[in-house]
Write a protein that binds this ligand. Structure first.
Ligand code: PEP
Length: 250
């Protein structure tokens, strides 16, 4: 039986000021009151404080979109785990393809960040995904298995149980081109099987796996209805109140 709680996380990227974040979250609160899905908003660093305040009294959890793995020190411009935890952050997105592509995040850095997120009592949402060239070359499964294994190096079974993995095919992010539910399920299944190989069936059956890539209200129900898809990581559509609320109630 499927006991995994569905999780929908909005990745706002570099959008919304603190005031806009507060207004959005206050407006979202009554709209998700009856949703059984876990609802997360990953807001820009500077909006975290107002977002956490605005979310009080609701089940909305606030996430960060990134975090540095060191605790403190001479790392100009970086933000650490204790800083985020202190603000009330519950989840941290790690290894988004935009960070891998524009900010040089390697699999090793992603793994260090995952460890740091757990160290400070938050939960990582680890992103993996293939490029169109990799898909066309038939390398999707190999690449995804490699990224998952690299992200999980050194984690305990207890940590992996709390993990969220987001499968985000790079060719579907912000392009309007969604993977079909079958394509998404096929890769999410590969992710679960990879976790099973490493940690066994019990752990792999509780890890939550999201699909991300042009998720909208109109395609969310079909995607989230697949066996190994436990929700979504939503970019563009998470900035629109009605659309995001509709996705959380799919
Ligand atoms: C994302 O960036 O995590 C994402 C899935 O974006 P979009 O929904 O806009 O494709």
């Amino acid at each position: 039986m499927d006991k995994r709680k569905r999780i929908v996380a909005g990745n706002w990227k570099m959008n919304k000021t603190p005031a806009e974040a507060s207004a959005f979250i206050k407006a979202l609160k009554p709209m998700i009151k009856f949703s059984r899905t876990e609802v997360v908003c990953a807001v820009p660093f500077v909006a975290i404080q107002t977002a956490v305040t605005a979310s009080r009294g609701s089940r909305i959890k606030i996430a960060a979109q990134n975090m540095y793995f060191e605790e403190k020190g001479a790392y100009t411009g970086e933000v650490s785990g204790p800083m985020l935890r202190d603000l009330g952050v519950k989840y941290v997105i790690v290894g988004h393809s935009e960070r891998r592509e524009y900010f040089g995040e390697t699999d090793e850095i992603v793994n260090k960040k995952v460890h740091a997120v757990y160290k400070y009592d938050m939960r990582p949402i680890v992103c993996v995904g293939e490029t169109l060239a990799q898909r066309d070359a038939g390398l999707t499964a190999e690449h995804i298995r490699y990224q998952v294994k690299a992200a999980l190096v050194g984690l305990t079974a207890e940590q992996v149980k709390k993990l969220v993995i987001a499968y985000e095919p790079i060719w579907a992010i912000g392009t309007g081109r969604t993977a079909t539910a079958e394509q998404a399920e096929e890769v999410c299944r590969i992710i679960r099987m990879t976790v099973k190989e490493l940690y066994g069936k019990r752990i792999s059956s509780v890890v939550r796996i999201q699909y991300g890539g042009s998720v909208k209200a109109e395609n969310a129900a079909e995607l989230f209805g697949m066996d190994d898809i436990d929700g979504g990581l939503v970019g563009g559509a998470s900035l629109k109140l009605d659309e995001f609320a509709a996705i959380t109630s799919c």
